[in-house]
Design a protein around this ligand. Structure first.
Ligand SMILES: [Zn+2]
Length: 210
């Protein structure tokens, strides 16, 4: 099987990758090939033509879907001090697209995240908020931990007056197996500082985030 997969990698032009990634991709591709042989009875004695390159393609895709493990919040949230002339009102980025994988079934979690903070002298570029969401989404997740992780990172690295994160997502492991009806959303929310403790700030966030 290994040499078969090595050939598939070369066909995809993956032969020049460094040793660590090469070994990791090969291990993932081998695991996918074994999975395919179990899920499709006709493939037990060898993958049919349409599935030949699936293990290497799937391994490459999984590497992307879990690329959040290679990132850390400190690098993403490099701040600039007082870059906004003392702006001290809520900054909110709404409906950031979110694609993750549930850690229980490896099924898709698809939704949006709305992220807000009230600066306390430190701000970040707005695109960094969606990069932070991507970092957490591109790991195996439960929605609650994803939501809390984004809020905790902002709290720790920006030390803002307040943080609010609202995630609204659909879970394919539930919908596709008939456990809940299609189109239902799960909503999770993590609030810190003023957004948790001050009713006006909290109400402003909730109104903007809905
Ligand atoms: Zn699941």
């Amino acid at each position: 099987m290994t040499s078969e997969l090595e050939k598939a990698w070369e066909a995809l032009g993956r032969h020049s990758v460094d040793g660590r990634h090469h070994n990791s991709r090969l291990a993932m591709a081998t695991a996918v090939a074994n999975l395919l042989k179990e899920v499709e009875p006709g493939s037990r004695n060898g993958l049919r033509e349409g599935l030949q390159e699936t293990p290497s393609r799937a391994a490459k895709a999984w590497e992307f879907w879990t690329s959040g493990y290679d990132l850390n919040a400190a690098d993403i949230l490099k701040t600039f001090d007082d870059g906004a002339d003392g702006y001290d009102q809520m900054v909110i980025v709404k409906d950031i697209p979110l694609y993750s994988k549930c850690e229980h079934h490896l099924a898709d979690i698809v939704g949006t995240a709305t992220v807000a903070y009230i600066p306390n002298g430190k701000i970040v570029g707005l695109s960094k908020l969606s990069r932070l969401v991507d970092m957490h989404a591109r790991r195996l997740q439960v929605q609650e931990r994803l939501t809390k992780g984004v809020a905790d990172d902002l709290d720790q690295h920006l030390q803002p007056r307040g943080v609010g994160v609202l995630v609204k997502a659909r879970h394919m492991c539930m919908e596709s197996r008939g456990i809940c009806q299609q189109g239902h959303h799960t909503i999770t929310c993590a609030l810190r500082g003023a957004l948790r403790d001050e009713p006006d700030a909290r109400a402003e966030f909730m109104a903007l985030a809905q």
